[in-house]
Every structure is written in C-alpha cells, then in structure tokens.
Design a protein around this ligand. Structure first.
Ligand SMILES: NC(=O)c1ccc[n+]([C@@H]2O[C@H](COP(=O)([O-])OP(=O)(O)OC[C@H]3O[C@@H](n4cnc5c(N)ncnc54)[C@H](O)[C@@H]3O)[C@@H](O)[C@H]2O)c1
Length: 353
C-alpha cells in the first residue's frame, strides 16, 4: 500500500505516518508546507526513513501536487493538511480560506487528473480520505449528539473553512467519481500536539508554573479522543469504509475545559509536587468570540458498520500524555522557544481585516 498523506508533519498527520510506516510497513509520500504547525521532528525515527518521501510543498501548488502524484503513484490520499487552530482562524481567517478551501480543491483536482491516468482497477481501489471535524456541525447547547445527518452550522472561520472543504470533497465525489470518504472527528489529544491547543498548553504552563488561562466560565464541553484511536478509525474508513459516506468519530469522553485543566494540574502535582497546588494557577479570561458551548459525537455508524469503538479511557490517556511531554522536552522546547502558544490569539481587537 502506498499512500499520499498531506499534513504529515502536523499532530494527527505525524501520528498517521508513524503508525502506517511503523506498524503496517507502508510506503508513504508526505506533502507538508511546514507552516508554524508542521515539524519534521514529529515524524520521530521515521523522518529520513527510506519508506517516507517527504515533499515540502503547499497543497495549493498544483504543479507540486501533480508531481507528487506522478512520482509516487499512490493507492490512496489521506488529506490532513489544514490550518487547524480556531483562535488563529479568528485572527487570520484568510489563511484558513487559502489552505482549507483552495488547498482541498487543488488536491481534489490533482486527484481527478491522476485517476484519469490510472487503470480501471487502480481507480476502483483508490480512496480519498478527507479528514474533517465535528466543528462543522456548530454548537450543542443542551443534550444531544451530532450524527452524520446533523445539518452543517459552522460558527468559526476554521469550522466554516472545513465545512466548505467537506462540500468540495463530496461534490468532486458525486460529479467526477472520486471515491471520497469523509470523517468528522471530535477533539484529539496525545503526543506531538502543538502547545497552542488546550491540553499541551496547559501541560507545559502547569509544568513551568505559569498562569493557566481558561476561557469564559470554563464549562465548554469537548469530547476527547486519543490521536492513536483516531488514526485507527481513519484506517478502518480507508480500508473498509464506503465511498461517498461520512463517518463521525468521538471518544465518549465529554469533559469541560475546566475539568481538563484541573486534571492536568492534579496529575502534575502528583508527579512533580510543588509547595502550591497548581490549580491556583488557573484564571478565567475573556471568552473566545462565538465559542461553541458543547460538541458531542454519536459514533453509532462507525461502531456498527466498521466495528470501531473508542476506549473511553480519557484519564489514563491524559496521564500518558502528561508523561510524554515530561519526557520529550527536545521536541517541544524549540517550538515553545519560537513563541507558539505564548500569545493569546482570536480576540477581536487584533484580527486582520
Ligand atoms: N486536532 C484535532 O483535534 C482535530 C479533530 C478533528 C479533525 N481534525 C482535522 O485533522 C487535520 C489535522 O489536524 P492537526 O490537529 O493535525 O493539525 P496541525 O495544525 O497539527 O497540522 C497541520 C499540518 O498541515 C500542514 N499544512 C498547513 N497548511 C498547509 C498547506 N497549505 N500545504 C501543505 N501543508 C500544510 C502544517 O505544516 C501541519 O504539518 C485537520 O484537517 C483538522 O481539521 C483535527
């Protein structure tokens, strides 16, 4: 199996690369622009592996994408490259339109041109896995869950750009016959996540006894899934999912942001005790504009159709993640030193127009 993975130097992309090369022995071609969010060090020992062809390119660059298809002749595309941080999307919305919408359209067009040059058998087995987010469904205010039939109601520039890319992927599937499969996953956590996102930011700040800002009242709910479990769900979709279908993926682990940050404090207090409990570092700061209140996923479709189930072991996964950050300073220190995650983004007085 030879797969073209976009965004393979990012958080989920690198987990995918490490998994398919390390555990399955696949050959991969990775297209990644290496934005502030992409780091070759996230590929770990597989950076430089002969089974990994790394192409530093923008997915909006049609020539570079065409060249990658011609040279590597993949059996599938796993499309993970994106601008992914909601706060950043409020401050720099156009970057999200560029990569998430124009980039996805470019990749779909290049896929179409490539498939035209493939044999019918190759075309038949080919899959384009478009990795998207539950945020396209908007915000849940009370009980209830997002299903695959939930109408789109994106509320942030990030979610809107991902929703647009979903529509493009579906349209290229129905119009041009590209075998597209879509996934909508809830919040991921785990190793190699950039410390601009809630969990790694809280871990590093709590480790260094810095302030722990929590947005609004801290009672926004996310459904957490370990990145390794997400990777396994994606591979099931790739291998056994039905083209044209969408699958929701969730962790059955709904927690408030405040609970998550408090849990990180408690884990670190146990591992490296300080004179003061780390919970005292928590402060409530102005909320994110348009902050979605709750996301929760109904994964019944992937559970019944593809026999995937989340383990729902958030506390144990969080503890392992804290341990990973404690033991892998050489990965995050240079990123932290470059200033990522140190400045609050997404406040309206700082947005570019
Ligand atoms: N992180 C989550 O909780 C989560 C949940 C559900 C879905 N997703 C989706 O999964 C995908 C990956 O998310 P992530 O958290 O790993 O993101 P990330 O920000 O960690 O990584 C994104 C990667 O894409 C690369 N990239 C960005 N713009 C590019 C461009 N124009 N051309 C080529 N490469 C480019 C970056 O260099 C980086 O390596 C995204 O599509 C995201 O929407 C993420």
């Amino acid at each position: 199996m030879k797969v073209l993975i976009t965004g393979g130097a990012g958080f989920i992309g690198s987990a995918m690369c490490r998994h398919v090369v390390g555990k399955r022995g696949w050959s991969i071609a990775v297209i990644d622009k290496l934005t502030y969010a992409g780091h070759l060090s996230s590929l770990g020992k597989f950076s430089g592996d002969p089974r990994v062809a790394f192409i530093r390119a923008d997915i909006c660059d049609r020539n570079a994408v065409d060249e990658a298809f011609s040279r590597h002749r993949p059996d599938a595309v796993i499309h993970l490259a994106a601008e992914s941080h909601v706060d950043r999307s409020i401050t720099h919305a156009r970057d999200f339109v560029h990569t998430n919408i124009v980039g996805t359209a470019t990749l779909l067009d290049a896929t179409r041109a490539y498939l035209d040059r493939c044999s019918p058998a190759q075309k038949d087995g080919f899959r384009f896995l478009h990795v998207s987010t539950d945020e396209v469904y908007g915000s849940l205010e009370g009980d209830g869950y997002f299903t695959e039939a939930t109408p789109y109601e994106p509320r942030s520039p990030y979610a809107a750009s991902k929703a647009a890319s979903d529509h493009l992927a579906r349209a290229w599937g129905t119009t041009y016959g590209i075998p597209v499969i879509l996934s909508h996953c809830s919040n991921n956590y785990g190793p190699y996540q950039l410390p601009e996102k809630l969990i790694p930011l809280a871990i590093l700040n709590a480790m260094e006894l810095r302030p722990l800002p929590v947005y609004g009242d801290g009672l926004h709910v996310r459904d957490w899934l370990h990145v390794e479990e997400h990777v396994q769900a994606l591979l099931l979709m790739l291998e056994r999912g039905r083209p044209g279908e969408c699958y929701n993926v969730g962790g059955r682990s709904e927690r408030t942001n405040l609970h998550v940050v408090q849990s990180i404090c408690d884990i670190l207090d146990r591992k490296i005790p300080e004179s003061k409990a780390r919970r005292t570092l928590i402060s409530f700061v102005p909320d994110r504009p348009g902050h979605d209140r709750r996301y929760a996923i109904d994964s019944a479709k992937i559970e019944t159709e593809l026999r995937w189930r989340p383990q729902g072991e958030f506390e144990a996964g969080l503890e392992r993640t804290v341990e990973w950050y404690l033991g892998n300073r050489e990965w995050w220190e240079p990123i932290r030193a470059a200033g990522h995650g140190t400045k609050r983004l997404g406040l309206l007085n700082e947005t570019s127009k």
